[in-house]
Design a protein around this ligand. Structure first.
Ligand code: NG6
Ligand code: CA
Length: 518
């Protein structure tokens, strides 16, 4: 009898450990510059997103989910490390030849999942720098350190953004399709090589661009930065989504029998918006809407593949975006003219580069068919919380001080609770805001955000700051700071506490002086 008990306990133990190590597959689909109002399930008009709508119908749709910043590099930094971006001075929009900004000692979601037995993959946009910080990177050898050193077993990605050189794919640390006799060089200071630029050869362009985006022309589109060589390796913009999707599907198929983590970071909806011709006029918003339809189609293919492989029920899929929407972002692609009545940020004001709700509040959908029941939640969550929540889900150990801003909101994430964060900080291009409950506060301060996007900041960010009551003022127009000074003080103090050593002045000075200013 005793022997039987021991045997039983032993079997239970194997089963239990086996289960915890297996966990669900995890896919984070991270869109670029897709706003709160850009999906059908969040009220979009002029663009249909049936696949994401279905994901939302069968999963949890969040209405108070945030990116930590309204630009790309800082948001991605937070998602992967579980830290607010202002903890790392280098976490600002990076040029395409920036060194890796994540400390190699720091755990990432990928390294943590790897440590509990997941196979980890990155496909799509990176934009967190590549190579060492003490010497220039040779793009033609092994590109390291990068995703691999941060815990990704497999990677297929671009260096930075679609509008920045180098315009090549990097797979497991090597440029794909590179001809050694035609090496790649990249410069963000001086012009290099003799290739046409948008300034010298505007007639060669598919779309005209501003001066910043008018450097080396690749595939008919001028970019930010100069590049020579690598002709055989240069991407074709219109094929990029299919290329990334193909790699994502390959990764899923290859790893279908073991737990995997895929960080699938789409290029859509960043500029240059050059969707595949088969999506032409698939929306009524011009290329910006067509690119959203294309992204949605790709999500559909991923879901269909999970279904066909029989692993859909055991796969946790999280969809979100890195920052709010923008219509004009350097290329005259018609997005502004063709936007019609569509509200890319939904009911919120501001968008990309802004610390208003439109800059940080994101579409956020979570699906896990075997576990999650369909729901709608207003609990506050930030993408920075994915680290601790996913660590809790997979029973991965987190050490003291790691991922310091990440809260374990697993219960909210899987619909077992509606309780989220008490407060959340969103970093705009030059100013930070805090939301606490239904209130939103901006500190007093010089505002260097782009006038065209956030001109009202200039009027409203005057002493002693600005306070808004979101349920009645989603557009953040009615400054109540003088009506509720105590409330303002409470939020101000909380914001200062969150910032910690990063004083407001310091953060602002740094962002204001950053190379790429917005
Ligand atoms: C800005 C670019 C913008 C875009 C952005 C990065 C200018 C004038 N504008 O600096 O076009 O590339 O950086 O976008 O250079 S993000 O989504 O990756 O943060
Ligand atoms: Ca972005």
């Amino acid at each position: 009898m005793k022997l039987l008990t021991v045997l039983f306990l032993y079997l239970v133990n194997i089963l239990y450990v086996g289960y915890s190590v297996e966990g669900p597959n995890i896919i984070i689909i991270y869109a670029d510059d897709v706003g709160y109002g850009d999906l059908g399930c969040y009220g979009a008009t002029g663009v249909d997103t049936p696949n994401l709508d279905r994901l939302a119908r069968n999963g949890i749709r969040f209405t108070s989910a945030y990116a930590t910043a309204s630009t790309c590099t800082p948001s991605r930094y937070s998602l992967l490390t579980g830290e607010y971006p202002f903890r790392n001075k280098k976490a600002v929009i990076l040029p395409g030849n920036a060194p890796l900004i994540i400390d190699l000692e720091k755990p990432t979601i990928a390294s943590v999942l790897k440590s509990v037995g997941y196979t980890t993959g990155l496909v799509g946009k990176w934009h967190l720098g590549l190579g060492p910080s003490d010497q220039a990177l040779d793009w033609n050898g092994e590109i390291t350190p990068g995703p691999k050193e941060l815990g990704f077993d497999y990677s297929f990605h671009m260096a930075a953004t679609g509008d920045r050189v180098p315009t090549v794919y990097i797979e497991n640390g090597r440029i794909v399709g590179l001809d050694r006799s035609d090496p790649v060089s990249v410069s963000y200071d001086e012009p290099i090589g003799s290739e046409p630029t948008g300034i010298s050869h505007p007639h060669l362009l598919k779309t005209q661009a501003d001066e910043q985006h008018a450097k080396t022309i690749v595939d008919g589109t001028s970019r930010i930065g100069y590049m020579t060589g690598g002709q055989s390796a240069r991407w074709r913009d219109e094929e990029m989504p299919d290329t990334f999707l193909g790699k994502a599907l390959d990764f899923i198929k290859k790893n279908q029998t073991e737990p995997f983590f895929l960080f699938y970071a789409t290029h859509e909806n960043h500029v240059p918006r050059l969707p595949h011709p088969r999506f032409k006029d698939s929306s009524s918003l011009g290329v910006r809407g067509d690119a959203i339809v294309q992204m949605d189609w790709g999500v559909g293919r991923i879901l269909e593949t999970l279904q066909n492989l029989g692993i859909a029920n055991d796969t946790l899929v999280i969809f979100s975006s890195d920052n709010g929407p923008v219509l004009y972002d350097g290329y005259y692609d018609g997005a502004v003219e063709q936007n019609g009545d569509h509200l890319p940020a939904g009911p919120w004001s501001g968008g990309k580069y802004s610390a208003r709700e439109g800059g940080g509040r994101m579409p956020f959908i979570v699906s896990w068919p075997s576990k999650i029941k369909p729901a709608l939640t207003d609990g506050i969550i930030s993408q920075v919380d994915l680290f601790a929540s996913i660590a809790a889900l997979t029973e991965a150990e987190m050490e003291e001080g790691q991922a310091q801003d990440s809260q374990n909101l697993l219960d909210l994430l899987v619909g077992e609770s509606e309780v989220g964060r008490e407060h959340v900080v969103v970093q705009g291009a030059s100013i930070k805001s805090i939301r606490m409950g239904d209130w939103k506060y901006f500190p007093k301060g010089r505002n260097t955000e782009r006038k065209t996007i956030d001109r009202w900041h200039r009027e409203q960010i005057s002493a002693p700051g600005a306070l808004y009551y979101l349920p009645e003022d989603p557009q953040e127009q009615n400054n109540l700071v003088k009506v509720y000074p105590e409330k303002a003080k409470l939020l101000k103090e909380q914001l200062e506490k969150e910032l910690g050593e990063t004083s407001l002045e310091h953060a602002r000075a740094y962002l204001g002086g950053a190379k790429v200013e917005n």
